[in-house]
Design a binder for this molecule. Structure first.
Ligand SMILES: [Cu+2]
Length: 152
């Protein structure tokens, strides 16, 4: 039965996509001299199965990784790579500017507000979940985050 489910998921990417939805997706526009940026969103798993995301990619950059910010012992904020993200069935996971984020490294060209990039999340069964993420100015992206968390 499990094999059948996996096969169905692979054959009908439409079904797979429907299980993950993004809220408030945004990628930060950076000055042309900066070749890295970050994408943020809340991802919701509406399916019956837990989903483990193991990689992320975009045609807009040469390399993409899951990252999280962490405070070092000396009190310095730094970021480190995270190798997977678990989203339990019926639950959400939030990528935001103070915590987990999608790091896009080696942008092929500067991203301008108003553009969209394709972002492809992939799980441990090699199922791909493609999304469109709008590029926003840093201020617009922060405003969106404030609206999501009015108490901050
Ligand atoms: Cu990072």
């Amino acid at each position: 039965m499990r094999r059948l489910l996996i096969c169905l998921s692979l054959c009908c990417s439409f079904n797979a996509v429907a299980e993950l939805t993004l809220e408030s997706p945004r990628v930060r526009a950076m000055p042309p001299s900066v070749s890295n940026t970050a994408a943020f969103f809340t991802v919701h798993n509406s399916g019956q199965q837990d989903i483990r995301l193991t990689s992320v990619s975009t045609p807009a950059a040469s390399n993409s990784e899951f990252h999280r910010h962490a405070m070092s012992d000396s009190g310095v904020m730094s970021m480190s790579r995270v190798h997977f993200i678990d989203i339990k069935a019926g639950q959400s996971f939030e990528f935001n500017s103070g915590g987990h984020h999608i790091m896009l490294m080696g942008l092929h060209q500067p991203l301008r507000p108003g553009e969209r990039i394709q972002l492809i999340l992939q799980d441990n069964n090699k199922i791909q979940y493609p999304f469109e993420v709008p590029v926003m100015s840093i201020m617009a992206a922060q405003q969106l985050e404030k609206n999501n968390h009015p108490h901050h």
